[in-house]
Design a protein around this ligand. Sequence first.
Ligand SMILES: [Zn+2]
Length: 716
Amino acid sequence: MATGIESELNALSIESLSFPHEKCKNIAEWHTQLDSLNPKPEFDYKLVKTMVFKPKAPKSETAPLIVLIALEDSQTSSATICKAVSVKEARLANEDAVTGALSVSTANVSPFSITSANAAAVKVVLDKSLLDYTGKLGVHPNDSAQTIFLSQLDLQKYLLKTEVEILEVDFKSEVYSATSSSAAGGSKSDAKGTPVQQKQSEKIEGAALIGITVDKEIDFPGWYQQVLTKGDMLDYYDVSGCYILKPWSYTVWERIQKWFDAKIKGIGVENCYFPMFVSSKVLEREKDHIEGFAPEVAWVTRAGSAELDEPIAIRPTSETVMYPYYAKWIRSHRDLPLRLNQWNSVVRWEFKHPQPFLRTREFLWQEGHTAHLTFDGANQEVLQILDFYAGVYEQLLAVPVIKGKKTDKERFAGGLFTTTCEGYIPTTGRGIQGATSHCLGQNFSKMFGITVEDPSAKEGEEKEKIFVWQNSWGLSTRVIGVMVMIHGDNKGLVLPPRVAGHQVVIVPCGITTKTSDSNREVLYRDITDIANKLTDAGIRVKADLRDSYSPGYKFNDWELKGVPLRLEYGPQDAKKRQVLSARRDTGDKAPISLDNLVESVQKLLEAIQLDMYQKAKQSFDANIETITDWSDFVPALNKKKVILMPFCLEESCEDDIKERSKRTELGEAEDAKAPSMGAKSLCRPFDQPKGIVLGHTKCLACGKDAKEYCLFGRSY
Ligand SMILES: [Zn+2]
């Protein structure tokens, strides 16, 4: 039994320590056992008590059992437990009930007795003190002759994985309120209905599942991790820097793919697939290019137990993989333009701190590689693709970006110039490169011998060889991380309607134990009708008819996942022929008449999409500071701004700016993870502020002549 649980924990990347001992019947015996071990656990820990209650319910109903999971020393009154799960009365479940629901005996029951297979048959009441405890938690792995120690976060992770309904309860404050009411002279039953008691029960009814427990503004990295895992976007994996994209995030990627794929096909790009392996000879063909990637290239050196004669690289990008074949396939100017794209993954074995979506060792992207007869043809396409990238951000993800060119220092290794769309994360004040579209010039075509005869040569003249002009452009799953960071809040994800897996969720409300089966059926049938109507109009809608969950749980669940619009429907709404709508982005609630439901919902979704963009745009605009004096540079950075300033465009000056903005006293508002990070150039915006007089305006950093305004910032 125990080993099964340990392997399950391993699969969740949960670290645990295991101690076998004699069987024990209660907490006191358990402590005695652990204390007698040699070696015994030498860290701070508390034991976890797990108790199973059965609600007193009419015989017709099989109400879920209640599993209490609490710290050993928490005072957990059954009255509080009952209030938390909204039942009148509950008693300790007998052996048959426990074995029936959880397949273990009462003596061996533990949080690990809950699995995804039996999760629907139970509800968990989770002690808030346990969540606040920073030491290790001791748990029996369904066997009282063993103890596993793990952190509260990992215990939560396990429970969340089972998808059991969890109610977090603050037993301490309940104890406090009971004490104060008895101090006022009343017995417990007398105290019923007093204001104190009333307030308390409201609080507990509102105590919902475990949502986001860290504040976005206070602990941004912790928030980001929680919002992704609890919002069901991804899971951690046992190879560092790699993550699992779960359906909820993959569907966002699919929406992006669909939109972008149609755009590029519209200009004549075709999809294809090249192998992920590349020989070192080919990879190293273009020197500047490979220098840019060399430290991050992953190599296959062995097959089974045999060393390969020559190691084979895994593509970090496919320029050198594809271009030998371009040389073979492009025979004349009539083969141009050649425009190919791959939807694939690439591997860059980074050693910097990995971050889900933003910096991962393998990531999904598209890489377009095209060849043109002229510079103009290539140049036009580079900008067209950049517009599509900006479209992904602004039109789909409701994320504003600034389009521009990279400085020479920041451009793609081996290319002619790089265009980019740059985003901004207000919470950390850091810029983020959104997607890049590169003009490679003729550098690669010269290296790989991709030529055609000059079609403009006159009859009889010798036809000169022309090296083709090339582009490459890529957009990765990083876009999803940017979207999450910008729109998410302390309740979880906030998804823009155009990419959300479900745009609308309908939750039945007002069903109580008194509701008759037939009334419930009518309500569910209405909801199914509403959902069908919306689906027929092309809206992605989910009717949440899960029986074992309360409306409050469902509200929290869908808020955590960021569904843009919630519709509530109950008997009262049925009478008024309406639904009650609640927006995820603003929390605004309003009734919608069933008579023009489809049109109203469509309008509302569009409004949410636009409002999310406007909000993010205002925040970006408000945080771009145009400076006229170098002394304002570092203070502006420390106020989490990005900076526009006249710049000489010289690489040495850019290096200098990075150094000078590093050596700074730490502002309080700075990101603790990157306190001394210097600023780099983000882009030379296409949309230039007026005011640079060539030969007159000076670079604020070095005093030489300024060429353009350049956007600087700390960045991801
Ligand atoms: Zn300068």
